[in-house]
Design a binder for this molecule. Structure first.
Ligand code: 13P
Length: 287
């Protein structure tokens, strides 16, 4: 059974650790992440972008696949299935498809419109027992064609959204999706501290988890970050491992072309990445 992410993130806030949100792209991703969370007895959030949902055949396909995996693979740790950077319409689709959590990303709207739409979606999500994340101050980089600079959120705007009753909040603190450029200035801990002061006990979300140095991750957690989103790092690890297999000519040996063999090194690489992140975020043993 899927759970919403509210309780696991409130526990993380109290316990001063973070729960990993790992984006999924297909069956291999979903299964590897679930099995690794179970192995480490950690709560976990599976994130699905609108593009990945479309790629997998639609949100209902994703919801049914994840629910069936949880059941058939005997996953007993808390698992939330969460829409990542949802549009207004995408949120309604995921509510209908059986997700347990949504993110409404209204960060590109003027703040009044972000407030209005977020408020409506909070009411709908909560009536369905789902959790909801909102965003203030766009995250930099490119995701599903949306490009933004590494913005820092305005703490007053964060308070406006937090006061609506959202369950957790993504606030831009100079973070970027994808690989960080060599001249990246790092996370703005001043912004994070001001946001925390403005919103109080609200669990905070750090997007763009790929490539943030470990000391900055730990400091962010100590300042109230309870959910860390990781996508690109699993993709890079998967691609490198599969490339190594093919470059070594292993797909040409015997039945090495069988997708179960061809993708196995990639699956192992995703598992190792997730293991390392769960250890770094401190959520092992917290299920
Ligand atoms: P990365 O791709 O940089 O890990 O970011 C993931 C993310 O924030 C998804 O919302």
């Amino acid at each position: 059974m899927l759970v919403n992410a509210t309780e696991m993130l409130n526990k993380a806030r109290e316990g001063k650790y973070a729960v990993g949100h790992f984006n999924i792209n297909n069956l291999e991703w979903a299964k590897s992440i679930l099995l690794t969370a179970q192995e480490l007895n950690s709560p976990v959030i599976l994130g699905v972008s609108e593009g990945a949902g479309k790629y997998m055949g639609g949100f209902k396909v994703v919801a049914d696949m994840v629910k069936a995996l949880v059941e058939e693979q005997n996953i007993t740790v808390p698992v939330a299935l969460h829409l990542d950077h949802g549009t207004y319409d995408g949120c309604y689709k995921c509510i209908k498809a059986g997700f347990s959590s949504i993110m409404f990303d209204g960060s590109h709207f003027p703040i009044d419109e972000n407030v209005e739409k977020t408020k409506e979606l909070i009411n709908v999500a909560h009536a369905m027992g789902m959790s909801i994340e909102a965003e203030v101050g766009a995250i930099g980089g490119e995701e599903d064609g949306v490009v933004a600079a590494g913005e820092c959120a305005d703490p007053n705007e964060c308070k406006m959204i937090a006061d609506l009753g959202v369950d957790f909040l993504a606030a831009g603190i100079g973070n970027i999706h994808g690989k960080y450029p060599a001249n990246w200035a790092g996370l703005s801990f001043d912004t994070l501290a001001s946001v925390k002061d403005a919103v109080g006990d609200m669990p905070l979300v750090l997007h763009g988890g790929t490539g943030i140095p470990e000391d900055q991750i730990k400091k962010a957690i100590s300042l109230g970050v309870c959910k860390i989103n990781v996508n690109t790092e699993c993709q890079l690890a998967f691609a490198a491992a599969v490339r190594e297999y093919i470059e070594a000519g292993k797909d040409l040996e015997g039945k090495g072309f069988d997708p179960r063999k061809l993708l196995a090194p990639g699956v192992e690489a995703i598992k190792q990445t997730v293991r390392d992140k769960i250890a770094l975020f401190g959520s092992a043993g917290k299920a």
